[in-house]
Design a protein around this ligand. Sequence first.
Ligand code: SF4
Length: 282
Amino acid sequence: MSQPRHRLMDYVREDIFPHRFCVGCGCGTVLNVFTNAVAELKLDTSQMVCVSGIGCSAWIPSPYFKADTLHTTHGRPIAFATGVKMMRPDLKVIIIAGDGDISGIGGNHLIHAARRNIDLTVIMVNNMIYGMTGGQVAPTTPVGVKTTTTPHNNVEPPFKVAELVQAAGASFVARWTTFHVFQTMRTLQKAINKKGFSFVEIVSQCPDNFGKRVGMGKATDFLKYLKDQSVRLSKAKDMSEEELENKIIVGTLCDRDRPEFATQVHNITNQIVKQVAEENKN
Ligand code: SF4
């Protein structure tokens, strides 16, 4: 007798499983939440393009998610995705990448895409370290953490990436953690449907690299840490800077409407084409 088929199997590449993530990695949760968000929205995956760079989080769409996917060079997924969007503004273009890829190596692409307000959805999985390459310090690593490249404790303050993107001009910005699966799913749905640059940071556990270095224990201990450290944006507004130290502020930071880049460029191009055609008639 044939086994009942799980409703999400239409969205994943079954032939690739079992997956390559370490046991307890948050990337599996992000794949699950993203797939649920797409399934509930009933998106036509033939009208989507997923783009990723290099790193453990880049594996989420490539190879596991069943849609056209560009697995690009390190730090460059937003640049490749911009090219796709400019040629095919009708497609949903979604980037899933890690914090090192997006805010370290690709930081410049990130802030300029937000400034231009290009109609892209960026899902940044923030595990606070370069996981795949062995645990080097990232721009998101908290102060005091020992990594392979900061064996005497990291002294660099971490980027608040969501706040940075908000200040740069993104239309939609939110932050959740892998503990907040339902909130993250609803937020991803809003981000995917938003016209303009939308950015969702998901703080995630990397038990194998980050967890080992900070003495976090099992993946479940890490999830408890993410739960305990999270503070809702509405509550954080009344807290002092000292009280918010090492806290993860979760919620929607902004949801606003701004002119979108690809639409504006296409409007100008169409006007020029019409103008040239008129001139050639005369
Ligand atoms: S190294 Fe970390 S982020 Fe990469 S798969 Fe393992 S647990 Fe996940």
